[in-house]
Every structure is written in C-alpha cells, then in structure tokens.
Design a protein around this ligand. Structure first.
Ligand code: CA
Length: 218
C-alpha cells in the first residue's frame, strides 16, 4: 500500500519512511505544504500522515483543502502540538486520527491499521479470497492452510490484488502502487512479478488481459 508522509523535519521524515517501508508500505515523502497539496497520485494513497507545522503553511489548511477536493483516504495528523484545541481543530478539519509526537512507531502503525480496517469497513485485518489468506499485520500468507513464502514485492502485489479482486488492474497502476520511485518503475518488472506470484498461488487466479492489465479472481 502506498502512503504519503508530509514531514518537513528531514531526519524524522527519513527515519519514519524507513520504518514504514520496513512495514511494507511504499512511501512518498513531501516536505512542504505546497509540495504536498499538489502531490501526483493523491488518489492512489492508502493513507496520509500529516505534520501540522510546515515551513510554508499550516497542515490543517492543507487538510481542509484536501477534504474539500474529495481526497478521502484516511489522514492521520502526526504533530508536536498536543493541546485539546489542536486536536479538536484537526479532527474537525477532517483528520481520522490525531497522534502527538513523540510516538512509538508500533503505536503509529497500530493506529494506521485501525484506520484501514475502519476505511474498508472490516473488523478483521485478514483478507481472504478463495482459499488464500493474507494477514497484512504479520505478513503471513496461506494457501489452503499452508504457509507460502513470498518476497516483499510479491506480498505487496498479492495484497493489492486481493483488495481489488475482480477489477482490471492496469500495469501502470500496479507499478504506482508497488514502487514509490519513478526510476524503479518498469513495465516488464510487473510481468516478471506476476509470473512469480502465479507460480506460488496458482496460475489461474490471475488473468492477463492483453493491453489492459491483470485481473485477480473472477
Ligand atoms: Ca514540522
């Protein structure tokens, strides 16, 4: 899943991106309000983590603009401002959660996951599809009760497929969801990755639609 992290503190931004990548997110990092507001692919983000004190503006204004422009993914405020007034303002502006720095990474991750559950309308984290079972928290994938060993990118791809089962996924969408850096995006990587995943989960689960993309499930 892809995340946008808006954080002007270079060191914190770097550390947090690293931890989030370690938790299998693709992370985009924006350092100013202006940069973040017009970030490409906002509609592809599974969530946004937003700092409030930005060099060129207030994160709350950014949040209001996004919500007014129908950016509807979960948005977590992560800020050093911790008064009740700040919290009320942030939540009223459209934030889904308000986290005060410093915070343990584990807590931030748990709060993110709680938002995904709420957003997807599910109480369970585990995703299931015709004998396949994927746990986004533990990264355990099972096929008919047997545990599979997937690489990080195979896991990400399967996660994406299960969440969008039955839909046609263009290769470009897959690339954008899997790789945060444009430089890493090459269409034949998707083909190779799909091929590897097919060998592990069964080739009939993924249909290739020539010139259009892939469809997982029926
Ligand atoms: Ca800041």
């Amino acid at each position: 899943m892809r995340l946008l992290l808006v954080e002007d503190d270079v060191e914190l931004g770097r550390r947090l991106s690293e931890r989030l990548r370690g938790a299998d997110f693709a992370v985009d990092l924006a350092k100013t309000s202006d940069e973040a507001e017009n970030w490409p692919d906002l509609d592809k983000m599974a969530a946004i983590i937003l700092d409030l004190g930005l060099p060129d503006g207030d994160g709350v204004d950014l949040l209001r603009n996004w919500r007014a422009n129908r950016v509807d993914c979960p948005i977590l405020i992560l800020t050093a401002r911790g008064s009740w007034q700040d919290k009320v303002e942030g939540l009223n502006a459209g934030a889904d959660d308000f986290v005060v720095k410093p915070v343990r990474f584990e807590e931030l991750l748990a709060r993110l996951n709680a938002q995904f559950r709420r957003h997807m309308g599910k109480r369970e984290n585990v995703l299931e599809h015709a004998g396949l079972r994927l746990d986004p928290l533990t990264h355990v994938v099972e096929l008919d009760g047997e545990q599979l060993t997937l690489s990080r990118q195979e896991f990400r791809l399967l996660h994406l497929f299960i969440r969008r089962a039955g839909q046609v996924l263009p290769q470009a969408d897959i690339l954008e969801n899997l790789y945060e850096l444009e430089a890493e995006r090459e269409l034949n990587t998707v083909e190779v990755l799909v091929g590897r995943l097919r060998r592990k989960i069964g080739k009939d689960r993924i249909t290739t639609l020539r010139g259009m993309g892939y469809r997982f499930g029926q």
